[in-house]
Design a protein around this ligand. Structure first.
Ligand code: SF4
Length: 362
């Protein structure tokens, strides 16, 4: 069953919501906030220390840059060194590859262009007809339809110098992997408003029913996060496990049908490697045959071996699985800081380590 918004809850102010959460008397529960934007919101609010005994928030693997494996960045850097123009989101620029970062490759003369969207990369290809432009596509279903759209546009315009290094991920398989982890006891999921705006809240129903876990979709303002958490606690206390949508101003049951159609036109589900989690069946997307000529892997990386390893001592793998808090990594706030990050989870604006570091005094 999917419950939707209760108008009475909309009237509750932040303080009231927090007090209701703090008066929780149900069973102990660990709630995973799947997505990095929620992790940042929770850290910025200083919510964790305010939670009642028995209620724990765990940061999950939903930061797109963080779950992108190191070998993807190594491949992107290899392409830059081979002379392509590499376009990607700004957050990806400082993520450490094995030898260097895209930002450093750029400082050394490589052509790396930060873009706000995949379509910007198409524009870059049109503006540079004598160069190959590769878009490094990252993220869950919030961004993958935009990559699909860009590829469709490039196809219509017969752009032969545009391709995509696809590192897009699928949300549900990541949640399945977290639930299957014997070291984790996740009691509920706070589901991301932005990705769910695209995939629709109904997609959580089979997952919710199969695992008997509450899944509440919510937004990113303090009031949204608190309302989502309150609804999870209500379910826990009442012994319910349902999909609830606490973000109806942006999310509905079906999602963005047009965006999902574009995604399905260009991509098909494929196994994908997540940093720290490993290869997940159906965990990502690959280009369909009819769009294979836009695949940077087949065009430029067939037979290329890049040597990849995680930064020494970095525990991003454990952080991304929710097995440890960032502060439990021995490097946290010592050799690894926002100013001098060691791992991806500290670099990204949505990374758990970065969020915990920036707001550690809140
Ligand atoms: Fe990696 Fe730094 Fe986070 Fe430790 S604190 S897990 S080194 S990103």
């Amino acid at each position: 069953m999917t419950r939707t918004f209760d108008p009475a809850d909309a009237q509750l102010q932040t303080q009231t919501l927090l007090e209701k959460i703090q008066s929780y008397t149900g069973p102990p529960i660990s709630v995973m906030e799947v997505c990095g934007t929620h992790t940042v919101a929770v850290a910025r609010m200083g919510l964790r220390p305010l939670l009642p005994q028995g209620v724990k928030l765990i940061s999950g693997p939903g930061c797109p840059v963080c779950v992108t494996p190191v070998e993807t960045f190594d491949k992107a850097i290899y392409l830059v060194e081979k002379g392509v123009i590499l376009a990607t989101y700004g957050d990806a620029m400082r993520v450490p590859g094995t030898r260097t970062t895209l930002a450093d490759a750029r400082a050394n003369g490589g052509r790396v262009e930060p873009v706000y969207s995949a379509l910007d990369a198409v524009k870059l290809a049109k503006a540079n007809p004598d160069d190959q432009v590769v878009f490094l596509g990252l993220g869950f279903e919030t961004t993958s339809p935009t990559a699909a759209h860009a590829i469709m546009v490039a196809g219509r315009e017969n752009l032969e110098n545009f391709s995509v290094l696809c590192a897009h991920k699928a949300l549900l398989p990541a949640m399945e992997a977290l639930v299957a982890d014997p070291q984790m006891e996740i009691g509920a999921f706070l589901c991301p408003g932005h990705a769910t705006m695209v995939i629709g809240s109904d997609v959580y129903k089979p997952f919710c029913e199969a695992h008997r876990l509450p899944c509440v979709v919510t937004g990113f303002e303090a009031q949204d996060v608190l309302l989502g958490l309150l609804w999870i606690l209500r379910q826990a206390k009442e012994g319910r496990a349902e999909v609830e949508n606490a973000y109806p101003r942006a999310v509905d049951a079906q999602g963005n049908v047009g965006a999902m159609k574009m995604l399905a036109t260009v991509f098909r589900p494929a196994d994908a490697r997540f940093r720290g989690i490993g290869v997940l069946p159906g965990g990502g997307y690959e280009l369909k045959e009819e769009f294979a000529h836009f695949d940077a892997e087949t065009r430029f990386l067939a037979g290329v071996e890049v040597e990849s390893r995680e930064p020494a001592g970095c525990m991003c793998a454990e952080v991304l699985r929710g097995r440890i808090e960032p502060s439990q990594c021995p490097l946290f706030a010592k050799t690894c800081t926002a100013e001098n990050p060691v791992g991806a989870c500290m670099v990204s604006s949505e990374g758990a380590c970065g969020a915990h570091y920036r707001y550690r005094g809140v």
